[in-house]
Every structure is written in structure tokens, then in C-alpha cells.
Design a protein around this ligand. Structure first.
Ligand SMILES: [Zn+2]
Length: 129
């Protein structure tokens, strides 16, 4: 299971980006370690720039929301791609919800994807109850 990390504005935050705690102090986001679930807060691992100290905090300390996001199985007909290749720079589509990209020129049972649909919808972040 992977994670999706969102800021207060609902925008994706990626590992390596700077996050600000409730005191206004910046830290480097290393990774999410737990998603929100009933009775559980999300948690993130951050690194403080002053001394390189790494520590786990609740996501809300940094105004973040960590959600669980199922991984795409290795045998799923469409696999996420990380970037456009020089051979096919115009056929890479990206989902605004999960942030995954795929080659929409590939003909599978899921792609080309109908407008505004994502082939990875079954693996989108889990809704909070
Ligand atoms: Zn998606």
C-alpha cells in the first residue's frame, strides 16, 4: 500500500518537498509512514534542516493529510509510467486525482481511457469514512 499526501489546499505534496509545521518551522518531508483510518491519524517522517534530525510526526502537525493509496498490481494491464519518453511524448496522460501517469496510446482493456477517466481508479486513495 502506498500513500497520497495532501496539503491544506488539497494539493499533492511529494517526498523531498518542504513542509511547514504549526510553529512556522520548515522541514523536509522524507515520506509518509501511515495513512488516516478510523481511529488513526496519518504520520509522516520529516528531516529538520538545522541538524538533519529525522522524526515521525502526526500529519496534522504540518497541516497535511496522509491517505492510503493501493498499489497497482504488477499484473494489471496498464502500468504507471514515471515520465514521457522521447518516442511518445504526447500520449502520456496524468490523473488529477491519483497523480499517476500512463501511456494512453497503448491499447488495453483500460486504455485509451475515456475522457476524464483514469485506468487506475480501482487503486485511487481510499475514501475516509
Ligand atoms: Zn487516477
Amino acid at each position: 500500500m502506498g500513500f497520497m499526501i495532501l496539503n491544506a489546499a488539497g494539493e499533492r505534496v511529494l517526498p523531498g518537498e518542504t513542509v511547514i509545521d504549526f510553529r512556522g518551522d520548515p522541514a523536509k518531508l522524507i515520506k509518509a509512514v501511515r495513512g488516516q483510518a478510523p481511529g488513526y491519524s496519518g504520520k509522516v517522517l520529516v528531516e529538520w534542516p538545522k541538524d538533519g534530525w529525522r522524526q515521525v510526526y502526526y500529519d496534522k502537525v504540518f497541516g497535511l493529510v496522509v491517505r492510503w493509496m493501493p498499489d497497482v498490481p504488477a499484473d494489471f494491464p496498464v502500468q504507471p509510467v514515471t515520465s514521457a519518453t522521447p518516442e511518445q511524448p504526447y500520449t502520456i496522460a496524468t490523473c488529477g486525482t491519483c497523480g499517476r501517469s500512463w501511456d494512453d496510446a497503448l491499447v488495453t482493456s483500460y486504455t485509451p481511457a475515456p475522457a476524464a477517466r483514469c485506468p487506475f481508479e480501482a487503486f485511487h486513495p481510499l475514501d475516509l469514512p
